[in-house]
Design a protein around this ligand. Structure first.
Ligand code: P6P
Length: 337
């Protein structure tokens, strides 16, 4: 069978599912920006882009040089095309206004430009996570500055979501709401090639991902659940489990989309003002759309993440996502508490 490129897939989606041409163009531009980020990341020490900037982002996290570079690549690639009314990023305090010399468009793009960047200097897979929303009616106006409130839509309103993972292979994992597709970057041709036509998350699993060093900070339902996982066959779950924690959400989620599993980042008692570490708008929501589109589930321990009504651009959320059977079990323990 001839190779199907990202461009061909998007054209065929347009014919079969009426994917708007401007959404198609937006996805192509984001994918092209991810190719450029992949190139920068792969240079490592040779590119003079490792290490930190000596600054902190709105999250209070140290910014790596590649965090800032990746953010700039995505802004510069997407600001001129006429597809966006604005952008929001983990690396920027406020919404990004489309410069006056460019036309505005119908969509909003949120992203974590380089997720897991603390792993960069130790050469572990990192990635770019992105989410596409429609801009609500009035935010389309060419003259008014875009307010944060335009972005505050539940994850069910996403029209597309995806990530690029910069690992042994560079891959783009994408959903337009019609299943999950995987594209592998052919570096020689510079094109994204469809290699995974229908990604599905197995309903059950024997593998979980969590940062165990935080155990003393977890709430009771999580303590109960993780203890049962560790009890294995002798415990109430009746089987032995394996554990992974890459500390790069893109890499952990990619493993789960590839072979199943459960990813957990619970809220903990360290900072009650932060209901978890991961950000809703540009980490949890896009990853939850991908996981649900692949047949998995995703909750904050109490409700479906995609149903959460955001109240601020950088709000955090607890995350339990992956194989449906285990997500439902740990969520059930929260409801029993
Ligand atoms: P911890 C990376 O900084 C990140 O936002 C996610 O990619 C990852 O899953 C998590 O934080 C790792 O957190 O506390 O284990 O370092």
């Amino acid at each position: 069978m001839s190779r199907v490129s990202l461009s061909r897939y998007l054209i065929e989606q347009t014919r079969s599912h009426n994917t708007p041409a401007d959404l198609r163009f937006l996805i192509e531009v984001v994918a092209r920006a991810c190719k450029e980020i992949s190139h920068a990341v792969s240079k490592g020490a040779l590119g003079g882009v490792l290490g930190s900037m000596g600054t902190e982002n709105v999250q209070g996290e140290v910014q790596k040089k590649l965090d800032v570079l990746s953010n700039e690549i995505l802004l510069e690639a997407n600001e001129w095309g006429g597809t966006l009314a604005g952008m929001a990023s983990e690396e920027m305090d406020n919404a990004y206004q489309i410069p006056g010399q460019y036309p505005k468009g119908a969509y909003l793009l949120t992203f974590d430009p380089l997720d897991g960047s603390s792993n960069i200097d130790v050469n572990v897979s990192v990635g770019t996570i992105f989410s596409v929303l429609r801009c609500p009616g009035e935010c389309f106006s060419q003259n008014e500055p875009l307010g944060e409130e335009a972005f505050l839509q539940p994850g069910t309103k996403q029209v597309a979501a995806g990530y690029a993972i910069y690992g042994p292979q560079t891959m783009l994992i994408l959903t337009l709401g019609d299943g999950v597709k995987g594209f592998t970057l052919d570096r020689e041709m510079g094109s994204w090639v469809l290699t995974h036509d229908d990604i599905r998350v197995p309903e059950s699993t024997a593998e979980f991902a969590i940062n165990m060093s935080n155990q003393r900070h977890w709430e009771a339902p999580v303590q109960r659940y993780v203890n049962e996982l560790l009890e294995g066959k002798a415990g109430p779950l009746g089987k032995d489990y394996n554990m992974r924690w890459i500390a790069s959400m893109v890499a952990d989620v990619h493993r789960i989309l590839t072979r199943g599993g459960l990813f957990m980042y619970p809220r903990d008692s360290r900072d009650p003002s932060k209901p978890g570490k991961l950000r809703l708008m540009y980490e949890a929501n896009p990853m939850s759309m991908l996981i649900e589109q692949a047949g998995g589930a995703s909750t904050d321990g109490h409700q479906r993440i995609l149903d959460i009504q955001p109240t601020s651009l950088h709000q955090r959320v607890a995350v339990y996502l992956g194989s449906k059977e285990e997500v439902e079990r740990v969520t059930g323990y929260h409801h029993q508490a």
